[in-house]
Design a protein around this ligand. Structure first.
Ligand code: SF4
Ligand code: SF4
Length: 93
C-alpha cells in the first residue's frame, strides 16, 4: 500500500509517500535512525505487519520538518531516501 503523509497549500503539495509493502521485508528499517529529526516511526498495520510512517505531529508541517534535508538553496540531502535500499520513500517536493 502507498501511504501518503503531508498537506497541500497555496505554495504547493508537500507529501511523503511510503510503499509499506517494501517496509514489511526491510528488517533493520534504517530510515528510522537516519532521519536527523526522527520524523519517521514504526507501527503495526492492519495485518500486524511492521511498517513505517510519518509521526502525526509532523504531518501538517512536513515542509518545515524536512527543511534540514531540503534547504531553500544548496544541496539536498535526503537521508531517508539514501538509506532506503528498496526505494520505498518518495517526496512530492
Ligand atoms: S528503509 Fe525504506 S523500506 Fe525500510 S522501513 Fe524505511 S522506508 Fe521502509
Ligand atoms: S527528508 Fe530528512 S527530515 Fe525529512 S523524513 Fe527524510 S531524513 Fe527525515
Amino acid at each position: 500500500m502507498i501511504a501518503n503523509y503531508g498537506y497541500k497549500d497555496g505554495s504547493g503539495d508537500f507529501f511523503i509517500s511510503i510503499d509499506t509493502d517494501k517496509c514489511i521485508a526491510c528488517e533493520d528499517k534504517p530510515c528510522l535512525e537516519a532521519c536527523p529529526i526522527k520524523i519517521l516511526e514504526k507501527f503495526a498495520d492492519d495485518y500486524d505487519d511492521e511498517v513505517v510512517g510519518v509521526k502525526e505531529e509532523h504531518r501538517k508541517k512536513i515542509k518545515y520538518s524536512c527543511a534540514e534535508c531540503k534547504p531553500a538553496s544548496g544541496e539536498r540531502n535526503l537521508a531517508c531516501q539514501k538509506v532506503c535500499q528498496p526505494g520505498a520513500i518518495e517526496h512530492s517536493w
